[in-house]
Design a protein around this ligand. Structure first.
Ligand code: ADP
Ligand code: MG
Length: 696
C-alpha cells in the first residue's frame, strides 16, 4: 500500500504529482506519509486583537482581510494586507510568493492566520504568517490542530500549499490499512515507551492534542536516529565479525629496538594507551579501521611510527599518507631522524619527484625493498604497487576524500589495517553518529611542559602595537607566523590580501635586520619547500603564508601566530592554526586580527578562541554556532540528511539510540533473533550504497 504511486491518490493529478516529485522528492504514498508538518496550529486557542499576549512565540487569529496592497518596487516589493477580527486590526506582510497569496486573500473569506507577532511602529504585524481559509469541510476543519507543512515558493505558485498537504494526508490516512507494521524491535518500543509506528504516523499529521503530537514526534526522531545508528554500527560489527585482516602476532626487533634505544622522549600515558589499543586490533585477525583523534601537538606522529614498526615486525610494508607535500616531507624527515641507525628503508613519494625517481621508487616498492613509504595522494595512483602492504596510516583525515581512500583497498589482497589520524576534534555527539562505524582512540593529553597559548583579539587600530610585540619576540630569538585566509586557492583577491600584507610587513621589518619567508598555494612545490626549510632552520624570522601551513607543520621555535582576517576562518581552522605554536618550551601567543565591526556570531567565535584552548570544547562551540553543515568533512556524511532530529538539541536521544543499537548488536550481531526481524529486513533492503565498510 505505502509504495503505491502518489499519482493515484485522490486529488493528485499528473501536474501535482510532478510538483511533489520535483519539489519534495515525494513519489509514493509512503513518501507523503513521511512528509511531516513542522508545526501545529491550535485552532481551539484563537486570540483576539484586543487582548493577546505579544510575548508568545506563535499566535493564532481568525478574521477577514479589509485591505490589500502591493507596495514598493524591485527587491523591496511586498504585499501588505490589513487584517481585522472585529476587535482590532493588524498588518500582514509578505515579501515572497505575492501572486498566490494575493489570489488566496482576494477570496474574501474568513481566514485563520498564525505567526510570530512583531511590532511595526505602533502596530502589530505578522510577517509571512501561516494562513488558511477557515472552513469546516475537507476533513481538516474538524481537527482542533492544524498541521503546517514546509512548502516552497515554486510549489505554492503551482497550487500546492501547506493546506494541500493537510488535505492530501487526510485523504491518505483515511484509506490506510488499519494497522501499519512496526519497524523497531518490540523490546525497544517497550523499553523507551515509544508510541507505535502505526499511531505515530497518523498522529504526526493529525494529533488529538499537542501532547500526543510531541509523543509521535519523539517516536519519529527516535526512529530516525536509531536507523542511522544501525546503518553505521551494523557495518562495523559485521566487519568485525566477518572481515579478514592480517594477524600481526608479534612485537619484534624493530619495535623493541626503537622503543628501548631510539625513543626521543618517554611516551605520554595517552600515547601508551592508544598504541596498546592499536596493537590489540592488529592481533585479532580482523581488519582494523581506527580513528585516532588527538589535538594538535598531542604527538600522533610517534604513535604512527610505533605502530608502523609493528607492521614491519610482521613482515609487512606500511605507508603514511599526508594531505600536502610539505607535510609528507616533514613526516619523512622526522621518520628519518627518529629511525637513524636502524635498518629500515623509508622513502618519500610525492608528485614533484622526477619521473625517473618515481619509477625507481615504485620498482623497489613492488620488490619489497622499501619498508615504509611516505607521501601524498601520489601514493594511491594506480601504478603504485606494494609487495606486501599491511598497514596504512592517513594523517589529517578531513583533507582526504572518501574516494581517495577507497583506492587503497585495491592495493593488497588482504585489506590492510587502517589508522586515520585527525587533529580536528569532533564534537562528542557527532563522533557518536558520524564515526559509529569506526573504532575510536583519543589522545587527550599533551606532552609535558607545554604552556597554554595566550590568545588575544586585535584590530587594525592596534597594528603598530602588534608590530612592536613581534619585534620584541624576534629579539628573543623567536619566530612568527602571519597567516591570511585563502578560501579558494585560485581567488586572486585573497592572494592580493596576502601580498599587500607581505609588503606592509616588509616595510616594518626591513632586511637585512629581518628575514621573511612567504608561502602560498600558487607557488611551485619546490619553492614552497625551500621557504619552509629556511623558516624551519631559523634562517627567517617571519613566515607569511596562506593556510597551506594549516595542518601539521612543526617548528618548535615559532611562538607567535598572527591570524589576519580571523573572522573569515572557522573555529576548528583557527584552532588548527593556533596549534602551530606552543610546541617548544617558551610562552606562545596567538593574535586574532579582525576588522573593527564584527557581527555577533563572529564576535562570539573570537571570544571562544580567546577563552579556551581545549579542542573539543571549541569543536562543540563551532557546532553550536554554525551548525553541522559547516563543520569540515561533514558534507559527505549522512548527518546532514536528518529530517527531524537535531544532533545538537537532541543529544540525549542520539546517546540513547546509540546505546540501544549497540546493545542489540552485542547480543545479536547478525540480527537473527525473532524480536529483531524488522531490523533484519531493513538491513536486507538497505539501499544505502556508501557504506563505510567498503571505503576504508
Ligand atoms: P600532532 O599530534 O599534532 O601530529 P606531533 O606528532 O607533530 O603532533 O607532535 C608534536 C610535538 O610533540 C613534536 O615536536 C613531537 O616531537 C613532540 N612529542 C610527541 N610526543 C611527545 C612526548 N611523549 N613527549 C614530549 N614531546 C613529544
Ligand atoms: Mg600531525
Amino acid at each position: 500500500m505505502l509504495d503505491g504511486e502518489i499519482i493515484y491518490l485522490k486529488g493528485v493529478g499528473p501536474q501535482k504529482a510532478d510538483v511533489l516529485a520535483k519539489e519534495y522528492d515525494i513519489h509514493t504514498y509512503g513518501d507523503l506519509l513521511e512528509y511531516f508538518p513542522f508545526r501545529m496550529v491550535d485552532r481551539s486557542h484563537i486570540s483576539t486583537l484586543d487582548s493577546f499576549n505579544a510575548d508568545e512565540p506563535y499566535i493564532v487569529f481568525k478574521g477577514r482581510i479589509s485591505e490589500l496592497h502591493i507596495v514598493g518596487t524591485g527587491r523591496t516589493t511586498r504585499l501588505e494586507a490589513t487584517f481585522t477580527d472585529g476587535t482590532g486590526v493588524m498588518q500582514l506582510v509578505w515579501f515572497q510568493g505575492l501572486k498566490w497569496v494575493k489570489e488566496l486573500l482576494q477570496k474574501s473569506q474568513i481566514f485563520i492566520v498564525a505567526g510570530k507577532p512583531s511590532m511595526y511602529g505602533y502596530s502589530l504585524q505578522l510577517v509571512h504568517p501561516d494562513i488558511e481559509i477557515a472552513t469546516n469541510d475537507e476533513g481538516t476543519g474538524t481537527h482542533p490542530l492544524m498541521p503546517v507543512y514546509h512548502t516552497t515558493e515554486k510549489s505554492k505558485s503551482k497550487g500546492i500549499t501547506s493546506k494541500t498537504f493537510a488535505r492530501l494526508t487526510d485523504t491518505l490516512l483515511k484509506q490506510l490499512p488499519a494497522y501499519l507494521p512496526e519497524t523497531l524491535p518490540t523490546g525497544t518500543v517497550a523499553k523507551f515507551h515509544l508510541m507505535s509506528r502505526n499511531h505515530a504516523l497518523r498522529n504526526m499529521h493529525y494529533p488529538a492534542s499537542m501532547e500526543v503530537w510531541q509523543q509521535a514526534l519523539f517516536r519519529e526522531k527516535f526512529e530516525e536516529l536509531f536507523f542511522h545508528q544501525l546503518d553505521y554500527q551494523y557495518s562495523r560489527v559485521s566487519r568485525q565479525h566477518h572481515s579478514v585482516g592480517r594477524v600481526f602476532s608479534v612485537v619484534g626487533e624493530h619495535f623493541n629496538d626503537f622503543y628501548h634505544q631510539h625513543l626521543p622522549f618517554p611516551l605520554t600515558n595517552a600515547q601508551k594507551r592508544v598504541v596498546k589499543e592499536i596493537r590489540h586490533d592488529m592481533k585479532t585477525g580482523r581488519q582494523m579501521n581506527r580513528l585516532l583523534q588527538g589535538d594538535v601537538g598531542s604527538g600522533k606522529t610517534l604513535v604512527a611510527l610505533l605502530t608502523i614498526l609493528i607492521a614491519l615486525d610482521n613482515g609487512c610494508q606500511a605507508c603514511l599518507m599526508a594531505p600536502t607535500e610539505i607535510l609528507a616531507s616533514q613526516h619523512y624527515a622526522s621518520f628519518q631522524k627518529m629511525l637513524d641507525g636502524m635498518d629500515i628503508r623509508t622513502e618519500l613519494l610525492t608528485g614533484s619527484l622526477k619521473a625517473s625517481q618515481k619509477k625507481k621508487i615504485k620498482q623497489r616498492l613492488a620488490e619489497g625493498e622499501i619498508d615504509i613509504l611516505i607521501g601524498t595522494h601520489a601514493l594511491i595512483e594506480k601504478d603504485v604497487r606494494f609487495k606486501q602492504l599491511g598497514y596504512v596510516v592517513i594523517d589529517e583525515q578531513h583533507r582526504f576524500g572518501v574516494e581517495q581512500r577507497s583506492k587503497l583497498w585495491s592495493k593488497s589482497d588482504i585489506a590492510p589495517h587502517v589508522l586515520v589520524m585527525t587533529a580536528t576534534p569532533i564534537p562528542r555527539t557527532l563522533a557518536m553518529t558520524l564515526y559509529a562505524d569506526l573504532d575510536c582512540s583519543i589522545i587527550d593529553e599533551l606532552p609535558p611542559g607545554r604552556q597554554p597559548i595566550r590568545t588575544t583579539h586585535g584590530t587594525d587600530a592596534q597594528r603598530a602595537l602588534l608590530f612592536n610585540f613581534m619585534k620584541q619576540e624576534i629579539a628573543k630569538g623567536r619566530q612568527i607566523y602571519v597567516v591570511y585566509p585563502l578560501i579558494n586557492e585560485s581567488e586572486s583577491l585573497d592572494l592580493k590580501d596576502l601580498m599587500d600584507g607581505y609588503e606592509s610587513i616588509s616595510r616594518s621589518f626591513p632586511m637585512p635586520q629581518y628575514q621573511l619567508s612567504i608561502v602560498h598555494g600558487q607557488m611551485p612545490a619546490e619553492a614552497k619547500a625551500y621557504e619552509m626549510e629556511r623558516f624551519k632552520k631559523g634562517e627567517t624570522n617571519i613566515m607569511v603564508s596562506t593556510t597551506v601551513i594549516e595542518v601539521g607543520v612543526d617548528v618548535p621555535n615559532a611562538t607567535v601566530m598572527v591570524i589576519e582576517n580571523a573572522e573569515r576562518f572557522g573555529l576548528s581552522q583557527l584552532h588548527q592554526l593556533r596549534g602551530r605554536v606552543g610546541r617548544g618550551g617558551g610562552q606562545s601567543y596567538c593574535i586574532l586580527m579582525t576588522k573593527d565591526d564584527l557581527g555577533t556570531t563572529s564576535r562570539q567565535r573570537i571570544e571562544t578562541m580567546c577563552n579556551t584552548t581545549d579542542g573539543f570544547a571549541i569543536a562543540e562551540a563551532d557546532l553550536r554556532l554554525r551548525g553541522p553543515g559547516d563543520l569540515q568533512g561533514l558534507q559527505q556524511s549522512g548527518m546532514l540528511e536528518l529530517k527531524l532530529a537535531d544532533i545538537v538539541d537532541d543529544e540525549p536521544l542520539v546517546r540513547a539510540t546509540r546505546d540501544e543499537v549497540r546493545s542489540i548488536l552485542e547480543s545479536d550481531p547478525d540480527l537473527l533473533q525473532p524480536g529483531n526481524e524488522p531490523l533484519r529486513s531493513y538491513i536486507n533492503q538497505s539501499k544505502n550504497a556508501t557504506r563505510w565498510d567498503k571505503i576504508s
